[in-house]
Design a protein around this ligand. Structure first.
Ligand code: SF4
Length: 469
């Protein structure tokens, strides 16, 4: 296995003083007789959502309580994403909107963290052009937020942290968004350097948490009522927890814990989709039969230019193995359209990949160059109108396949976790089971957080309809 294992607890000597600082901030608020509020704006992926739950834990340790409105907050944290230029522009625009809050109340503290500010140029831009931002902190410095807040409160000076210190902050407090659905980060960073991707530069090299620490966290989550646990990592299936504990072993160990819960994992790289992992999914009842396996392109030339380290044929062999072991598995993928140099023939290779892999769903993107990545410097960038037209064809092809794939569930009995009230109809609940699409069914709020047996009565491209049985 790749040498990505770092002893956990390594940063505990750093976390402990930060928790003491959090206590100081809380005492400062208590002395003034105020109960300040915090607001966190999160952009990007599940890893950012998990990081924001840690930020929320730290805010609460500092004596702040959560608010859903930035106008009510005395501490505003923005957790940014850098995966696409659009995400950065959106974050900068939102940060711009917070100026009036700071103008109205100079005691408001505004901090910006995450992948965007882990790029020095962006951190500098915030320093120079956004004078009302009190501090920035990179993805390796979440645990330093209490010191940054205290500094902003007491010294009123600004700080811009670029620690470049990629390690693991264990034992940070976590304030989770949901009681019954939980993110469980098992590793951080990525070693793959896909030529279009900024992640290895803003999240550092792969480092895995110790398996025993993860198991302890899983036990606690289950005891606290979690029913759906997603193991998270940028390249989750290259997890290496030491002593031969790979992702398959870790899944077996968590699945063996007592309790009524389900396990998911994301995001996987095809080159690390091992037979052991497939076998774990096939044999462990608690693992949801859904495999997110991003292919990105169906053209071998483009895959080579992307530095993806597999061919379309090798990828389809993995899919065949997966379907042989788990016949009803739902498979999803990420696809990039319009990567530099993509010809019509390359794109048709991607369309053929959709037909061959028979995905239940795809997450598709038009290629967007990221400064600092090799692909951004490649010549022969594809004109936007060509990419857009291909994108439309991709969606039309996939929607037809998704429709056909969803139909297999019609009339089936499923066990789903009632997650929430439907966004479109207050009398309906939304749940998830093995199908990757949401399942809508009539039911009361008291069912939220419970497993419910339903029968599928209708299917469409984007969801399933069902009734409780
Ligand atoms: S595997 Fe590739 S696309 Fe995924 S995070 Fe790593 S570099 Fe980015």
């Amino acid at each position: 296995m790749a040498a990505n294992y770092i002893e956990s607890k390594i940063i505990d000597p750093t976390v402990a003083p930060e928790l003491a600082v959090a206590g100081k901030v809380a005492a400062r608020h208590a002395k003034r007789g105020v109960t300040p509020k915090y607001f966190i704006q999160t952009f990007g992926c599940q890893q950012n959502e998990a990081d924001s739950e840690r930020l929320a834990g730290l805010c609460e340790a500092m004596g702040y309580t959560r608010t859903s409105s930035p106008d009510d907050a005395l501490l505003i944290l923005v957790n940014t994403c850098a995966i696409r230029e659009h995400a950065e522009k959106k974050a900068l625009s939102i940060i711009g909107q917070y100026k009036h809050i700071k103008d109205a109340n100079p005691d408001v503290v505004i901090g910006v963290g995450g992948c965007m500010v882990t790029q020095e140029a962006r951190s500098t831009k915030l320093k120079m052009s956004y004078p009302y931002v009190s501090f920035t902190f990179d993805t390796g410095a979440i645990h330093k937020v209490p010191s940054l807040v205290l500094n902003a409160l007491e010294k009123k000076s600004r700080q811009f942290v670029l620690s470049d210190n990629w390690t693991i902050a264990e034992s940070l407090p976590i304030a989770r968004e949901s009681k019954h659905m939980a993110w469980l980060s098992i590793m951080y960073g990525c070693n793959n350097f896909c030529s279009y991707c900024i992640v290895p530069y803003v999240r550092g090299r792969e480092r895995s948490r110790r398996a025993d620490d993860i198991i302890e966290e899983a036990k606690q989550l289950i005891a606290d009522g979690a029913r759906d646990i997603t193991l998270l990592g940028q390249n989750v299936n290259s997890y290496n927890g030491g002593d031969g504990c790979d992702i398959a072993e870790l899944l077996h160990r968590i699945a063996a814990l007592d309790g009524d819960f389900r396990l998911r994992f994301m995001t996987s790289h095809p080159k690390d989709a091992s037979d052991r992992l497939i076998e774990a999914m096939a044999t462990e009842e608690k693992i949801v039969k859904h495999f997110h396996l991003p292919v990105q392109s169906g053209s071998n030339e483009i895959l080579k230019q992307m530095n993806r380290k597999y061919t379309a044929e090798a990828y389809l062999e993995k899919i065949a193995k997966l379907r042989a072991a788990v016949p009803d598995v739902s498979i999803t993928s990420d696809i990039i359209v319009g990567f530099p140099g993509e010809t019509e023939e390359d794109f048709e290779g991607t369309l053929r990949m959709l037909e061959a892999a028979r995905y239940d769903m795809i997450f598709s993107f038009i290629y967007s160059p990221r400064n600092g990545t090799p692909a951004a410097k490649m010549e022969n960038q594809v004109p936007h109108d060509v990419s857009t037209a291909r994108f439309e064809r991709l969606l039309a092809t996939q929607n037809k396949i998704s429709d056909e794939r969803n139909r297999r569930f019609l009339g089936r009995k499923l066990r789903v976790l009632a997650e929430d009230v439907s966004k479109n109809d207050e009398t309906m609940l939304t749940g998830r089971g093995d199908p990757v699409r949401p399942v809508h069914f009539a039911g009361g709020r008291e069912l939220i957080g419970q497993f419910v047996d339903v029968e599928v009565t209708g299917v469409s491209t984007f969801c399933l309809e069902a009734k409780i049985i």
